[in-house]
Design a protein around this ligand. Structure first.
Ligand SMILES: Nc1nc2c(ncn2[C@@H]2O[C@H](COP(=O)(O)OP(=O)(O)OP(=O)(O)O)[C@@H](O)[C@H]2O)c(=O)[nH]1
Ligand SMILES: [Mg+2]
Length: 198
């Protein structure tokens, strides 16, 4: 798909704040600081659409972006941000789980994982959680501009092996918001799954 038009619609901090218009949703989830907001900006071809930060925990709401007037991109709050209270973390984790299990308009969840590290505890438990869900699921390895070609191949292979060990067959994209590597392929996949006619 091609993004002709993208606008920020709203930030929702609770379940009742999510839009009720039923438009299909593609959600971006991942650890705090993994590069969710940057990826959204890069996909949109805009620098300042979503707020990014070197400080983790920037995105504290479900941020809704309307794409081409007919589809939402949803920037989910980062999970596992260590500096928020345990209670706060648990609340967001429950909200994200509820979103994945109950949100009817959800068409695709893109899970962002740092390409420079083996998937950590939080990522692995999220992958296990997603395994039991109906929603289509893909993984985007982020910040791959920081890796050499060899390292990138190794990081992809590591992720594919981890997924295969769980019996999961889902796409893995190596991406960089800086060089835009992997973004056309990811966008193509999003368009296919969300079956949006643009
Ligand atoms: N080199 C490089 N840095 C990146 C890339 N994407 C994001 N970053 C950097 O990583 C940091 C975090 O990026 P964000 O996009 O704010 O991360 P986030 O996942 O939205 O973080 P939260 O909102 O806190 O959950 C920023 O300093 C970005 O500049 C990338 O593709 N390459
Ligand atoms: Mg963010």
């Amino acid at each position: 798909m091609r993004i002709r038009d993208i606008t920020f619609v709203k930030g929702a901090a609770s379940w009742s704040g999510l839009p009720s218009d039923g438009l299909p949703e593609v959600a971006f989830a991942g650890r705090s600081n993994v590069g969710k907001s940057s990826l959204l900006n890069a996909l949109a071809g805009r620098r300042t659409l979503a707020r990014t930060s070197g400080t983790p925990g920037k995105t504290r709401e479900f941020n809704y972006y309307l794409v081409n007037g007919g589809l939402y991109f949803v920037d989910l709050p980062g999970f596992g941000y260590a500096k928020t209270s345990k209670q706060e973390r648990a609340r967001w984790a429950r909200l994200i789980e509820r979103y994945v299990t109950e949100r009817d308009p959800l068409r695709l969840l893109v899970h962002l994982v740092d390409s420079r590290r083996a998937p950590g505890e939080i990522d692995r438990s999220f992958i296990e959680f997603m395994r039991g869900q109906d929603a289509p699921y893909a993984i985007a390895l982020t910040k791959c501009d920081k890796l050499s070609g060899n390292e990138r191949a190794k990081s992809e292979r590591g992720m594919r092996e981890a997924l295969a060990a769980l019996g999961l067959e889902i796409p893995v994209f190596s991406t960089s918001s800086q060089t835009k590597r992997g973004l056309p392929a990811l966008l193509e996949w999003i368009g296919t799954i969300a079956t949006i006619h643009t």
